[in-house]
Write a protein of this length. Structure first.
Length: 440
């Protein structure tokens, strides 16, 4: 192999336990998204990594190989994606990719062993709730205490923690009511408790662009890469990212990743890495558009309530501001001239309550031109859904009522189309949905 030219990007990387890290922390988010894990191929010069479909790799003598033996254990495209993710999730040093966000959740919870106790935010993603209560409970005796981590005071969080509590599971903002958990506050309580539970943050909704939980003291960040990181609604995949000091935890989880084998394919890894290269651009546009749509909803006579933490009127707006990653804070600052009221872009998810109920909501979905009625989120295209009957339909009605998930609650995943087109679409669909009911 030809020696690497001094000053080339490759020259600026070192290997850390098999994971490459950029030596130049001053490289911005967008630079890292484009370059880390994407060195030109030394044998061909290809700027974009080739897709390595081989399941096995030649050994020049037993154990003498180039870092790859068998594709479940490690694959060049998965390793490249893991390098990208460990760099993008600020504060991260190691990343492990899995076949879905749910496989990632399963592997993390399996790592806790038998009869562990965890505390979870009460409106956790439905699939995570299902795994905790119906799989991990039966198979490994996992006990989960669900708690309103947004409002619980220190005494209430401490009361939920036990001597055998191994993990606190956070999502912020939560889905679909966008409740905000103050991550440093929960980390502080966890660190002071004698059981020293790990703090995991499912950062799927914010993506590594808007929030950096590892910089706020979290131990593990989890992503459904299916959503913003891949960003094109064509890959199902998940990952965890860990900070430098959790090397033993990383080794344990890597052992489980290989042993359980719920790993992504080379092609999916390649697609997700390609998607991640534009994460910063997409997230800025998702945020700008979501803010435009949220403002339009706020002005609409056909809307009872808008939930978007970036709006200055949101009751926990200041928590949202404090939670911004350093790169998102710079972006928000640069946008501030456009937002004299103090509102700012804060991801692409907006929820609102339509005047009326199920009938009006159904008419709204039928009337939108650009928002497609569909589950999932985080793709370039705008989506709309009714959580009560779709993503959260498996939650019992009484529980849904406590969480505020009624038949009038609509969740939007605001895409990166022209923002003004999206606003016009929402306005005309609301008119058709609610005025239609007034005429009826
Ligand atoms: C917040 C969150 N976490 C985890 C998951 C699970 O990810 P996947 O669908 O990739 O298994 C989802 C899926 O919607 C999610 O919204």
């Amino acid at each position: 192999m030809a020696p690497i030219a001094l000053g080339s990007l490759s020259d600026r990387h070192v290997h850390l336990n098999g994971i490459k890290k950029p030596e130049q922390p001053q490289d911005g988010f967008g630079t890292r998204a484009v370059h880390v894990g994407s060195d030109p191929d030394p044998s061909t010069g290809a700027v974009i990594p080739a897709i390595s479909l081989s399941t096995t790799y030649k050994q020049h003598g037993i154990g003498n190989h180039k870092g790859f033996e068998y594709s479940r254990s490690a694959n060049p495209n998965r390793s490249a994606l893991e390098q990208t993710l460990s760099s993008l999730e600020s504060g991260g040093a190691y990343a492990l990719a899995f076949a879905s966000g749910s496989a990632t959740t399963a592997t993390v919870l399996q790592s806790l062993g038998h009869n562990a106790h965890i505390v979870s935010v009460n409106d956790v993603y439905g699939g995570t709730f299902r795994y905790m209560t119906r799989v991990a409970k039966e198979n490994q005796g996992l006990e989960t205490t669900f708690l309103d981590l947004e409002n619980a005071d220190e005494a209430q969080v401490n009361a939920a923690l036990r001597h055998d509590t191994k993990l606190i599971w956070i999502e912020s903002p939560t889905n679909p009511t966008l409740r905000l958990i103050d991550i440093p506050r929960i980390v502080g309580i966890a660190k002071a408790h004698p059981s020293h539970p790990l703090v995991l943050v499912d950062n799927t909704f914010m993506s590594p662009f808007y929030s950096s939980p590892l910089l706020q003291g979290a131990d593990i960040v989890l992503h459904s890469l299916t959503k913003y990181v891949n960003g094109h609604s064509d890959v199902v995949m998940g990952a965890i990212i860990l900070p430098q000091h959790h090397v033993a935890l990383r080794d344990h989880l890597a052992f489980l990743q290989n042993s359980i084998g719920a790993v992504p394919s080379a092609y999916d890894s390649w697609l997700a890495q390609r998607g991640a290269k534009t994460l910063h651009l997409r997230m800025k546009e998702h945020g700008r558009n979501a803010l435009l749509v949220a403002r339009a909803l706020e002005k609409s006579p056909y809307v009872k309530e808008v939930i978007y933490p970036g709006l200055a009127s949101h009751p926990r707006h200041e928590v949202a501001r404090r939670s911004l990653s350093p790169h998102a804070a710079r972006f928000v600052q640069a946008e501030s001239d456009h937002n004299p009221d103090g509102s700012f872009p804060y991801g692409g998810m907006v929820s609102f309550r339509i005047s009326g109920g199920l009938e009006e909501a159904q008419r709204f979905f039928g009337a939108t031109r650009l928002f497609t009625l569909a589950e999932s989120l985080g793709g370039v295209e705008s989506l709309a859904e009714l959580p009560a009957l779709m993503t959260h339909g498996s939650i019992p009605p009484a529980e849904r009522a406590i969480l505020g998930i009624g038949d009038d609650l609509i969740r939007l995943s605001v895409g990166i189309e022209e923002g003004t087109d999206l606003v016009l679409d929402v306005e005309q669909a609301l008119r058709a949905a609610v005025e239609g009911s007034l005429r009826a």
